[in-house]
Design a protein around this ligand. Structure first.
Ligand SMILES: Nc1ncnc2c1ncn2[C@@H]1O[C@H](COP(=O)(O)OP(=O)(O)O)[C@@H](O)[C@H]1O
Ligand SMILES: [Mg+2]
Length: 507
């Protein structure tokens, strides 16, 4: 009998169904993988189990009894522990103090020596080597993860939930980590591991539950499936084959990256030896599960971050040492995925935001004095061309914070797509937009491509990548896992590369 049964779990966030009748059964002494693309509802499901969210409806049975946890504390007291996607350790404190932290406030008088001995014996037993008197701040990410696991074990959990635990680990650390999980399983622990990497599921799990768009799509025994089947279930839906016009004949490389490497800052994916080119009159799609280096790639090209190694050229010119402004002037436009933070100034007007990039240039600036009237005229034109709608009658003077998301995005694009731009780096350009705005933004990118410009389309939406791209490069763990032509790029092949399975490994 399953130690955990979740049945018909439903959870909506302001109209978005994050979980719709989701079921999950986990056996004692087993490793159960939860697979799904970004946004599939995996974290929501385990957050409900762990008492972080309350389900709108559905049942949870734990060891045969119906339960509902109103907080993680209650879940832990019943024997369910979780290592969250983002760790919750106190950096200034030691390993030991972190492990015994919340127990102190229970009113126990703790015997620190006994606690230290117990931590040491758990660490020894499960191969979770870490020095108890080190401060968290001085530990590597892999070591912090061990502390999180020790913290759960110390509380006598019987089920351990791990939300994307390997996203932050090197392959070597991952292998060690899987050994720990196998030992735990041998001791009778039940484990839920969330991941989007097919190779890891194949390596470590006993069963797999696959979610897509908040629903169950498959429940499989690992030994009876394969990466192809998993990726088909994960990505699922039939993709409409693109109906965008074929690219005009390529006439050579516009942007080239040669061996570009960016050292890791914090724990997030850096770039490793990236060599890529974007041709004239081409949309190069960058596919990949988020967090595999896409943002860093955009930032290294636009100059927001500086590569440690490698060259970047634009139309044959080395631009690797130019500033952000220098690269903009060289013709690189950037549609950021974060319009609230690096795209727009929310308190300023539409007109001023449109000017942010161009105010140094004629005709807006004559001898260093801004020509307001020319600026307003130009802004009005752009609002028309790019169908930017502001409510009320304030027009170009409307504060940007009052525009809808779709209109804000069109504004960013209107500002970036100047005559001067020859290469457009578009990062998640349609995220959060309604269908109308999405279509409009996509048509703009195609229009630019057809006009001979180059587009790098970075998107977590594989449908979008498949619909617009002339070629597709897949990023995985900061590396180019493969580059496919439009003809070669089936969902299956792209999906495998997104899961870190290279064509060589498969053969
Ligand atoms: N706290 C929240 N508020 C609003 N929407 C949320 C919240 N948490 C998750 N969602 C939405 O629910 C869906 C599922 O998200 P999540 O469970 O985090 O997916 P996964 O972990 O599979 O990537 C997504 O559309 C996400 O935007
Ligand atoms: Mg998640």
């Amino acid at each position: 009998m399953a130690i955990l049964e979740m049945k018909d779990i439903c959870k909506a966030f302001s109209g978005v169904n994050a979980n719709e009748n989701v079921c999950l059964n986990v056996e004692k002494g087993s490793i159960h993988a939860l697979l799904g693309e970004n946004g599939a509802g995996k974290t929501t499901l385990v957050n409900i189990l762990y008492g972080i969210y309350t389900a709108d409806s559905g049942e949870i049975r734990w060891k045969g009894r119906p339960v509902r946890f109103d907080s993680p504390r209650e879940a832990i007291q019943s024997g369910i522990g979780m290592v969250q996607q983002h760790f919750s350790l106190v950096r200034r404190m030691t390993v030991l103090d972190n492990i015994i932290l919340s127990l102190k406030s229970n009113g126990f008088v703790l015997n620190r020596k006994a606690a230290a001995a117990r931590v040491a014996s758990l660490a020894q037993k499960y191969g979770l080597t870490v020095n108890p008197i080190t401060r968290i701040a001085d530990l590597s990410v892999g070591e912090r993860q061990r502390v999180e696991i020790l913290k759960a074990l110390y509380r006598d959990v019987e089920l351990l939930i791990l939300d994307e635990p390997t996203g932050v680990l090197t392959p070597q650390e991952t292998a060690q980590f899987f050994d720990v999980l196998r030992t735990l399983k041998g001791e009778g622990y039940a484990i839920i591991i969330i991941t989007h990497r097919m190779s890891e599921i194949m390596a470590v799990s006993d069963r797999v539950t696959i979610l897509r768009d908040g629903r169950n799509v498959a429940d499989l025994t690992t030994t009876q499936t394969n990466p192809e089947e998993l990726s088909r279930y994960m990505i699922g839906r039939e993709l409409k084959q693109g109906d965008t016009p074929a690219a005009t004949a390529h006439s050579g490389d516009r942007l080239t990256l040669n061996g570009v490497t960016l050292a890791a800052r914090h724990r997030h994916g850096a770039l490793c030896d990236i060599s890529l080119c974007v041709c004239r009159g081409e949309i190069l799609g960058i596919a990949g599960v988020e967090g595999n280096g896409q943002k860093e790639l955009a930032e290294v090209i636009t100059g927001l971050r500086r590569q440690n190694v490698g060259q970047i050229t634009l139309d044959g010119r080395d631009i690797g040492r130019l500033s952000v402004r220098g690269r903009y002037e060289a013709g690189i436009a950037y549609i950021s995925d974060d319009r609230q933070n690096d795209g727009l100034l929310m308190g300023m007007s539409v007109c001023d935001n449109l000017l942010l990039r161009e105010f140094r240039r004629l005709p807006f600036s004559r001898a260093g004095v801004l020509d307001r009237r020319a600026a307003v005229r130009s802004a009005e034109n752009k609002m028309n061309t790019y169908q930017i709608r502001a409510s009320g009658k304030t027009g170009v003077q409307t504060s940007v914070g009052l525009l809808s998301g779709g209109n804000q995005q069109k504004l960013v694009i209107a500002r970036e797509l100047t005559e001067n731009a020859v290469l457009i780096i578009a990062c998640q350009p349609t995220r959060g937009l309604d269908i109308g705005a999405t279509e409009f933004v996509r048509s703009l990118l195609v229009r630019e491509r057809n006009a001979g410009k180059s587009v790098m389309l970075i998107s977590a939406d594989l449908d979008e990548i498949m619909a617009l791209s002339d070629r597709i490069a897949v990023l995985f763990a900061g590396k180019v896992a493969g580059v496919l032509s439009r003809k070669e790029a089936t969902v299956q092949r792209v999906g495998l590369l997104m899961g870190g399975i290279t064509e060589k490994e498969r053969a």
